[in-house]
Design a protein around this ligand. Structure first.
Ligand code: SAM
Ligand code: SF4
Length: 337
């Protein structure tokens, strides 16, 4: 049982889902996510694993039932298993219903088994191509074989797998059917994500990469039968089933579809900044509540409640008329995708 009244925002949305970025660092440099020469945050600015545990535990007391760990690459954070181990105590009490993560898969060969043993049952793995050269081009530093080995390990230990694939014009457009077939054969769900205007690298042109999921879906329907299913996760994905494979496909279309009315989530960065909306700059500083206060549990709860009271109605992304408005200056690896 949670100790406090549920977190309800001004638009009557119940907030029960927290995404936490545990590091801004990564072993890849995906072209749409990071610049090749990323400047990472000073270590002292990052929340320690104990501080992360503390804040997550306060959120859980306040009614968060689903926790997704992300990054950067969460599995490159040193001693990350000790964090999973400690936070999994809330799964045992039943206060936390789901503990999950989003990963690039590079470290799963090592971590899939211990994560499963600690109560993680599902994992989202980002994979944009099955072609080793293209994989190298997209991730700059990644090795496809290593990720595929990690995915197989995750499958073998019993983790349910969802593949996240960013739709990239000209880059992975030609692999659409291959991906559907592969996920169908392996028993993985698949979600397509529209590339979002995060960060400003001055290297890659967002409009050039942008492939609308409306167009992608039309392409899919030439070969596969898609049946819409009413699965609501409170997130930006809409789901269909591919009749031929029985597999679920999701479409995350933050730019062409307004999903905000059912938003149930908030996001925290690895420095303790709480963002109420992925597409808005407004934030709350939870690290200072933790590091400066004497009764910091009380201060944290107060900051969280005040922040949820300021959750905006929606975001302002807009690619229309070839102009990106609502472009965010922060990186996805900072906020946590
Ligand atoms: N490193 C982990 C991974 O790649 O899964 C977790 C963090 S990553 C920031 C989370 C998700 O954000 C990934 O699926 C990635 O493809 C997606 N992402 C990053 N930058 C993006 C962008 N500009 N537009 C859309 N999705 C993006
Ligand atoms: Fe790293 Fe994930 Fe960003 Fe790729 S998308 S650079 S794997 S954080």
């Amino acid at each position: 049982m949670t100790k406090y009244p549920p977190l309800i925002d001004p638009f009557n949305r119940k907030i029960n889902y927290l995404r936490v970025s545990v590091t801004d660092r990564c072993d890849f440099r995906c072209v749409y996510c990071m610049s090749e020469k990323m400047q990472f945050l000073p270590k002292k600015d990052l929340l320690t694993l104990e501080e992360l545990d503390k804040i997550c535990s306060v959120f859980i007391e306040m009614g968060i039932t689903k926790l997704r760990i992300t990054g950067g690459e969460p599995l490159v954070r040193r001693n990350i298993l000790s964090f999973f181990k400690s936070i999994s105590r809330h799964l045992i009490t039943g206060d936390l219903k789901e503990l999950t993560l989003t990963t690039n898969g590079s470290q799963l060969k090592k971590f899939a088994r211990p994560l499963f043993d600690l109560g993680v049952k599902r994992v989202n793995i980002s994979l944009d191509t099955l072609n080793p050269e293209k994989f190298k081009r997209i991730t700059r530093w990644g090795k496809l074989d290593q990720v595929l080995d990690g995915i197989q390990e995750a499958k073998e230990v019993g983790l349910a797998i969802k593949i996240n694939k960013v739709a990239l014009k000209k880059t992975n457009q030609d692999e659409l059917n291959k991906f559907i077939q592969w996920c169908g054969d392996e028993g993985f769900d698949l979600t397509f994500i529209e590339v979002m205007p995060m960060g400003d690298f001055g290297e890659e042109d967002r409009l050039d990469q942008y492939w609308s999921l409306k167009d992608l879906r039309e392409e899919l329907e030439k070969k596969w039968t898609l049946k819409d299913i009413s699965l609501t996760t409170g997130g930006p994905a809409r789901y269909s089933e591919i009749s031929e494979t029985g597999q679920k496909v999701g479409f995350i279309t933050p730019l062409t579809h307004n999903f905000c009315e059912s938003c149930n989530r908030v996001r925290m960065t690895c420095t303790g900044q709480l963002f109420m909306c992925l597409g808005q700059e407004e934030d709350a500083d939870l690290r200072s509540a933790l590091r400066e206060g004497s009764d910091n549990d009380h201060l944290l709860r107060k900051r969280i409640m005040q922040a949820v009271d300021r959750k905006p109605k929606g975001h302002d992304f807009d690619y229309s008329r070839k102009k990106i408005s609502g472009q965010m200056s922060r990186f996805m690896s900072h906020t946590g995708g």
